[in-house]
Design a protein around this ligand. Structure first.
Ligand code: ZN
Length: 466
């Protein structure tokens, strides 16, 4: 019998890492992501729970850090198998992992310097991996998966990637194999997209599978409508520009930045956008936007309309893509009429901090929160109504208007998850992963009620016989 185990994203939302051991067949790992957030981060340094040298194949659903962030560690610890992912996933994963490595290296250098002064440098933990370790990943054998084209993994074992509509290149992954003349089919949802996403296509249905590992990030709720969300966004932008202020948007480099640019472009084309200059002030977002443009045929009909009409999806005359530090600093001189989209998305680092320092004390300006803010981040403090924040050791008053716009999400909500599951024929077992426990319980009950299936919430390392 095949055995499945989860070594991450088990009763938590990060650290996705699922193993499938096929009897007399390969050991397949689906994703190898990083644990994120204050409470979870330390787990990245723990042993995986399996021997990386014995893994034959790594399938990657998409390029978010919580799905790819431990791959360099896997390689460092002896994984020498084949990596399978879509081409855009490989390209995005590279910039995501390099960025993570760079941040860890920087943090290490800072902590080391401080520890040296105390004579305690030996106590400083080395980074999980370095940029050189990331480059090693790309020297491994890899295969590019194409949507809907089964890819042979071993004798009698194949994997099919289908568009998950979550971020560029994202996929659901189905593994088909035979054991003792019985056909088996295990489907991993990865992260499923929001059907109202402006940039991505819709989730592709799966006709048949007998075992499903399903994410449950928003298993307990439905999203606010996209129309309402866009209206809130537009109103906030227009009001701020009309009162002579500037708009600060902390944004994730992948997907959210491109979504925001599409909405601004729509406003511009409909002549709804007041005079302004838009800055995408994040080297990573600039690189990601370039990769999104390159694979425009995998994006939404709206993106393709933009592409057809002016050969550019995200850029237009008002937009400046900023990579160099000097150019980022020049933005400070602009008094009014700037829309600044900068990383990072949760405001716990990156260039958004220097824009906050320069502008968040001024009541004319606005901060638009368009993404999830985890506990313990500066973004969360702002959302929770902090009156003061500390940036680079300096206490700064928050006088800018704060708009928390909740409706943007790259994830399917409860309705979206249920709709996708209902289309799958032949489901015998449903395993719930990638969610917080309280939400998973709600989702489990909903699955029983609306799909008529009993589901199981997967625990870390628990052996599941398939
Ligand atoms: Zn994701």
């Amino acid at each position: 019998m095949a055995v499945a185990q989860s070594f991450g994203a088990a009763q938590v939302v990060t650290g996705s890492c699922h193993m499938l051991k096929i009897e007399k067949g390969p050991r397949i790992l689906v994703d190898c992501g990083m644990f994120q957030g204050n409470d979870e981060e330390a787990r990245n340094y723990d042993p995986f729970g399996f021997n990386p040298k014995k893994v034959d194949i790594l399938l990657v659903t998409h390029a978010h850090l919580d799905h790819v962030g431990r791959i360099p560690k896997l390689v460092k610890e002896g994984f020498d198998g084949t990596i399978v992912a879509t081409k855009p996933t490989m390209e995005l994963a590279r910039i995501v992992m390099l960025d993570a490595a760079r941040l860890m290296e920087e943090e290490y250098r800072t902590l080391y310097r401080k520890a040296q002064r105390r004579g305690e440098e030996k106590k400083v933990r080395k980074p999980l991996y370095t940029t050189e370790d990331v480059e090693e990943v790309f020297l491994r054998v890899h295969l590019y998966a194409k949507y809907d084209m089964p890819i042979r993994l071993a004798k009698g074992v194949k994997a099919t990637f289908r568009d998950a509509g979550h971020i560029l290149g994202s996929a659901t992954v189905q593994i088909d194999f035979k054991e003792k003349n019985r056909r088996k089919s295990v489907l991993y949802s990865g992260d499923l997209g929001n059907k109202n996403d402006i940039v991505m296509k819709r989730i592709e249905p799966v006709e048949r599978a007998d075992t499903l590992f399903i994410e449950s990030t928003y298993g307990d709720r439905n999203h606010k409508s996209m129309e309402e969300t866009i209206r809130e966004f537009k109103d906030a932008v227009i009001a701020t520009l009309h009162r002579g202020g500037n708009v600060l948007i902390p944004s994730f480099a992948i997907e959210r930045t491109q979504e925001i640019l599409c909405i601004l472009k729509q406003m511009y084309l409909k002549k709804e956008l007041p005079r302004c200059k838009i800055f995408v002030d994040s080297p990573m977002a600039v690189k990601a936007t370039h990769i999104f443009s390159k694979y425009h045929n995998q994006l939404s009909p709206l993106c393709n309309r933009f592409y057809k009409e002016d050969g550019d999806i995200f850029g237009f005359s008002r937009v400046r893509f900023v990579t160099r530090v000097e150019d980022s600093k020049k933005i400070n001189k602009i008094e009014h009429g700037a829309i600044i989209i900068a990383g990072n998305g949760m405001c716990n680092g990156g260039r958004i901090l220097h824009h906050f320092k320069n502008r968040i004390w001024n009541p004319k300006n606005s901060v638009l929160i368009v993404g999830f803010q985890a506990k313990g981040t500066l973004g969360r403090q702002i959302v929770d109504g902090a009156k003061w924040i500390t940036i680079y050791g300096e206490k700064i008053k928050i006088a800018a208007r704060i708009y928390t716009i909740n409706g943007f999400s790259a994830h399917a909500d409860q309705r979206g998850l249920i709709r996708w599951i209902r289309d799958i024929d032949g489901l015998k077992s449903i395993f719930v992963v990638h969610g917080e426990p309280d939400k998973q319980w709600v989702f489990k009950k909903v699955l029983k009620r609306k799909v008529g299936k009993k589901a199981h919430i997967v625990k870390f390392g628990e052996k599941l016989y398939i």
